[in-house]
Each structure stands twice: as structure tokens, then as C-alpha cells.
Design a protein around this ligand. Structure first.
Ligand SMILES: Cc1cc2nc3c(=O)[nH]c(=O)nc-3n(C[C@H](O)[C@H](O)[C@H](O)COP(=O)(O)OP(=O)(O)OC[C@H]3O[C@@H](n4cnc5c(N)ncnc54)[C@H](O)[C@@H]3O)c2cc1C
Length: 400
């Protein structure tokens, strides 16, 4: 390593933890600051757990505005818009709509695919070097299409014909027998054997455990704030200055408020989503990672448990209305995989994806000499985390 830096990372979710781990492995001195008493209790707590490297299409696509209109007011719809008087919401939505052109969609898809493949390689390196214990598997991903139009669109848009295989409904049932009863309702499927799954929360805990107790790592709990001091960024922890010669902002959604005193308006907006976790009988536990495309529901096995995640609520803040959305998710899961229930005993969770308008995360230098941003990973934070951390590692040497 050329030079060892003392780096403060703000935010103990999957992005802050992977960033800490990449820097710590490279020999830097790492201080991780987390506001909550427990790490990974925000968006990284109970997400779908799909490491979806080849399916990174941004939410803002040419068809997104029409799809959103067709879903308006439908019970259990994958996307729900809750307009409110918040100017930030309207500004974010305007930028989102501007990102829906074919050219911008292609540019964002390509940027995300590159970062996702970097992530897959980086995670493989970490695993090869002994990181384990987070239910990582490579069972492949099966996308099920209920409508002929969406299946035909998927068939046209394959990004990697070598690893992606189109399937008949009967072949879908063979690849994943737990979903066999659904075959008569399907138009077809798409299987990619290189896709992975893991438990994001367990992954975060393992990253912490790998660094914990080492002299170059410390984890501090408290609320960080940022301010300018000349050309540099100063961190305060619970109001007290925290000496650090490099600062990385990785606090998910809260990064927007944290960057505001530095004169930066980060374009982050919460997209609320939901998950259920059940422990089904072994015979109805799917092996492969499954996405029910037209309902946008994902199913991933983590050990003996099944995580079911879905829905994007735009502009809904706080827990009001969560019960209604969770009841809809229970109903969708019950219709699709009845034997995996009972769903009324499922562990329910709601989290907010920290999203940019075009879904591309912000991994770049901030407005101060010693500041970097690693924020805005939206619906793909777990997938993109190791690659994003690797990019931060190469940027750290360029900051002052
Ligand atoms: C329903 C759902 C399903 C999902 N499924 C998948 C999936 O299958 N695959 C995938 O790749 N991604 C998925 N995601 C997305 C993924 O969960 C997120 O992109 C990711 O967790 C974001 O991580 P983060 O570290 O940026 O944010 P967070 O996990 O929210 O972490 C930010 C941390 O910063 C801390 N913080 C905030 N303010 C301060 C402060 N002032 N000082 C110190 N600390 C502070 C917070 O307490 C928090 O711990 C899903 C998300 C949802 C909601």
C-alpha cells in the first residue's frame, strides 16, 4: 500500500460496512460511525438478499411512466405513488422522468452492469480469502413471466445469451419444483445459473466480526454530522470533533441531510419496500432465487428461511399504511406459494431504498478535499456494495 490513511466512514449499513472492510483489508485505519445501537438496522436489515448481477435495469425505463399509470390504484400493485407537498419529491420525480429516455436508460443499465460484475468478482475474492457464514449460495436466478408481452420483451433484451436461458413453463417447473403449481399460469421463464443469494444482515455482521478487535478498526456508535473547515470536511460525533484525514459518507438516505451543510443537494429519495420471512417445510423451500416478474415479488432462500420481498412505494414516509401493503404481500405469497406459509406468522419488515433518479449510485469525490460519497444504491445496494467499496478504495488515494 502506498500510504496508510485514517478514514472515517459514516453509516453502518451494507455500504458503510463493505467500504470499511475494503479499506481495512488494504491497510488503512478505519473508524466506522453508526447512529443506531445496532449495525445494519436500516435498509440493509431484511432485504430480498438477491445478488442480482445480470438484472440491474434501472427503475427509470422508457416504459416506466406507462406501467406506473396502469398500476395506479390497483391493490397489491408493485409500484404505488403517494404525491405530497414535498418539493424534493417533485424535483426527484422530474429527474426520474428525464431519466426514462431510451438513451439514458441504456447508459444507466450499462453503468450498473459494469459495477455489478465488479461486485461479483470482489465478493468472490473476499469469499476465497475466508469470508463466510452469511448463507451465500449460487443457485441461479429464475425469472417467471405471467404475461406473454413481458416474456417477449425479456427475450428481446437478453444481455448475456451465454448465461441466460429462455424456458417453457414446464422447464421452469423442472428447474424449481417449489413453483411447479404455477406453470399453467406462466408464459415462460428466464434462468441464469451464475446469479447468487445471501443474507445481507448476516453479511454485515460477518464484515464487522472480521474487523472487530483489530487495532486498525474501531466502531463508534453515535450521530455524526459534517461541516466545512476551510477546504476540508470535519466530522462531529455527538457534537464533538472526530479527527480523521479522510471522510466517506455512506449513510444511506440520511446522507442527503448530512451533506446539506456542505452545500450539496444529493438527489436521494426513499422508495419504501416490504419483506416477509418464513420458515417453510423443507419440501416447499425453493432452491433457486425466483422473481415473479409481473408482480415484482422476489423469493430467496437463506438457510432454512424464505425471504419474500416486494413493492416500491414512492412518497410514502413512515409506517402509516405498512400493514395494508404487508397484507397485500402476504396475499400474493399465499396465492403463489401456499405451502410455504402460514404467512400470518411471517416476520414482517419495511425498509427504504436510498434511490437516485436514474438508479446509478453516487461514488465520487465530494465538495471538500478529504470527502468521498458512496450513496444512492437504491434497489441493488447488497448486489453493488463490494464493487462500490472497491471503487472507493481506489479514490481514497486521490483525496487529500
Ligand atoms: C424491500 C427491499 C428489498 C431489497 N432487496 C434487495 C435485494 O434483493 N438485493 C439488493 O442488492 N438490494 C436489495 N435492496 C436494497 C438494499 O437493501 C439497499 O440498497 C441497501 O441496504 C442500502 O444500504 P446503505 O448502507 O446505503 O443504507 P442503510 O442500510 O440504510 O445504512 C445506512 C446507515 O447509516 C446510519 N446513519 C444514518 N445517519 C447517520 C448519522 N448521522 N451518523 C451515523 N450513522 C448514520 C443508519 O443508521 C444506517 O445504519 C432491497 C431494499 C428493500 C427496501
Amino acid at each position: 500500500m502506498a500510504q496508510r490513511h485514517s478514514v472515517t466512514i459514516i453509516g453502518g449499513g451494507v455500504i458503510g460496512l463493505t467500504t470499511s472492510f475494503a479499506l481495512w483489508r488494504a491497510g488503512h485505519e478505519v473508524t466506522l460511525v453508526e447512529k443506531q445501537a445496532r449495525i445494519a438496522s436500516g435498509a440493509s436489515r431484511a432485504n430480498g438478499g438477491q445478488l442480482s448481477y445480470r438484472y440491474v435495469a434501472p427503475l427509470a425505463s422508457p416504459s416506466a411512466p406507462f406501467e406506473a399509470l396502469s398500476w395506479l390504484g390497483r391493490s397489491g400493485s408493485p409500484v404505488a405513488l403517494h404525491p405530497n407537498a414535498d418539493l424534493h419529491q417533485w424535483g426527484w420525480m422530474a429527474r426520474f422522468l428525464r431519466s426514462c429516455t431510451e438513451a439514458r436508460f441504456r447508459a444507466a443499465s450499462s453503468a450498473l452492469l459494469t459495477l455489478a460484475l465488479e461486485s461479483q468478482r470482489e465478493l468472490a475474492t473476499w469469499r476465497d480469502q475466508g469470508l463466510s457464514g452469511f448463507d451465500w449460495r449460487q443457485p441461479g436466478k429464475l425469472i417467471l413471466y405471467r404475461h406473454h408481452a413481458s416474456f417477449a420483451k425479456a427475450a428481446k433484451g437478453l444481455s448475456d445469451r451465454q448465461s441466460q436461458r429462455l424456458l417453457t413453463p414446464a422447464e421452469c417447473a423442472m428447474i424449481e419444483p417449489a413453483f411447479a403449481a404455477l406453470a399453467p399460469e406462466l408464459a415462460g421463464g428466464l434462468f441464469t445459473d451464475s446469479e447468487e443469494v445471501a443474507d445481507c444482515h448476516a453479511f454485515c455482521l460477518k464484515l464487522r466480526d472480521a474487523m472487530q478487535g483489530h487495532e486498525r478498526f474501531r466502531l463508534l456508535h453515535g450521530s455524526a454530522a459534517l461541516e466545512r473547515s476551510g477546504t476540508r470536511c470535519l466530522v462531529r460525533l455527538n457534537g464533538v470533533p472526530l479527527p480523521s484525514n479522510r471522510v466517506i459518507l455512506a449513510a444511506g438516505l440520511a446522507s442527503r441531510e448530512l451533506a446539506r451543510p456542505l452545500g450539496v443537494g444529493l438527489p436521494l429519495y426513499p422508495l419504501r419496500g416490504y419483506s416477509l420471512t418464513v420458515t417453510p417445510p423443507a419440501s416447499s423451500l425453493p432452491e433457486v432465487s425466483v422473481t415473479d416478474y409481473d408482480r415484482r415479488v422476489v423469493y430467496a432462500r437463506h438457510g432454512a428461511r424464505l425471504r419474500i420481498a416486494a413493492m416500491v412505494d414512492i412518497g410514502k414516509s413512515g409506517a402509516r399504511g405498512d400493514e395494508r401493503r404487508l397484507a397485500q404481500l402476504r396475499r400474493l405469497a399465499q396465492q403463489t406459494l401456499p405451502e410455504a406459509g402460514p404467512y400470518d406468522r411471517a416476520e414482517a419488515w419495511a425498509g427504504e431504498r436510498p434511490a437516485t433518479p436514474d438508479s446509478v449510485p453516487i461514488i465520487e469525490r465530494g465538495p471538500c478535499d478529504n470527502l468521498l460519497f458512496n450513496v444512492g444504491h437504491g434497489a441493488l445496494g447488497f448486489t453493488l456494495a463490494p464493487g462500490s467499496a472497491r471503487r472507493i478504495l481506489s479514490l481514497v488515494g486521490e483525496t487529500m
